[in-house]
Design a binder for this molecule. Structure first.
Ligand SMILES: [Zn+2]
Length: 251
């Protein structure tokens, strides 16, 4: 607790010095700075950031600002649930991925492709998983990645010990026809990777359509809501529409 107090005091002094010249800053700007400057903790080897006292901080405990944690690619711990950055982190010149939870577009169609990460779809795994080559890799994303589409689940086609589920093949073909060999654009949400280390992304085609949503709209998959994501209500509504129109799975 002493350590935290010390860090807080040092931060307070540092921030005070930086801001003396910016007396005219608006209340809104002040709120943004305060949020970005919250102290959270990371560890030597982990990929998550935490609040003080989380059991994950037993071996190491490195204080950083919330903004630095987010810009550096750390994810919020799912156990201690630290604060999340609601406004975009200040531009520090470091690699930052377009995250819909930070940018808060009103719906999945309201993103600007020019701000997303460009990639080529080089392999197709099934309806909700593809392999891509990323045009501009960084310390957060590699050159070749497997992507699990956020918020959608299609019937299994490649599970070695399960029979191909109804529509699995059609869902796979739908994704393959629309994406394979194409240039696509990637946007991200709260979590950058799943437990298999696959990138979790929204995939946009050149016409600005979000493929994750298009799968559900066409009835080739359902909204996958086990994990929260920014467009969860929209995807649920698209699924209801597809059910009512008896498309694909819902025939
Ligand atoms: Zn934690």
């Amino acid at each position: 607790m002493k350590k935290l107090l010390l860090v807080t005091v040092i931060f307070g002094i540092a921030c005070g010095c930086l801001r003396t010249e910016a007396q005219t800053i608006s209340t809104q700007d002040n709120a943004r700075f305060a949020e970005a400057d919250l102290v959270v903790y990371v560890t030597n080897s982990g990929a998550r950031y935490h609040v003080d006292g989380c059991s994950s901080l037993r071996s190491s405990r490195i204080p950083v600002t919330l903004a630095d944690a987010v810009v550096s690619g750390y994810e919020a711990c799912s156990i201690c649930k630290p604060p999340r950055l609601r406004t975009p982190p200040p531009d520090t010149g470091r690699a930052a991925l377009y995250r819909v939870n930070v940018e808060e577009p009103a719906n999945s169609a309201a993103v600007e492709l020019a701000r997303l990460l460009r990639a080529e779809v080089i392999g197709h795994v099934d309806g909700d998983t593809v392999r891509v080559r990323i045009a501009d890799p960084s310390d957060l994303v590699g050159v070749v990645e497997t992507i699990r589409l956020i918020g959608v689940d299609t019937p299994e086609t490649v599970h070695p010990r399960r029979e191909v589920e109804a529509f699995g093949k059609e869902a796979g073909e739908f994704t393959k026809n629309r994406l394979l060999g194409k240039i696509v654009y990637l946007a991200f949400d709260w979590d950058l990777r799943d437990k298999y280390n696959r990138l979790l992304a929204y995939i946009y085609t050149g016409d600005g359509r979000c493929h994750n949503a298009e799968i559900i709209r066409a009835g080739y998959g359902h909204a996958y809501t086990n994990y929260s994501f920014h467009f969860i209500e929209e995807f649920r509504a698209i699924e209801r529409e597809a059910r009512e129109a008896r498309r694909g799975l819902w025939q």
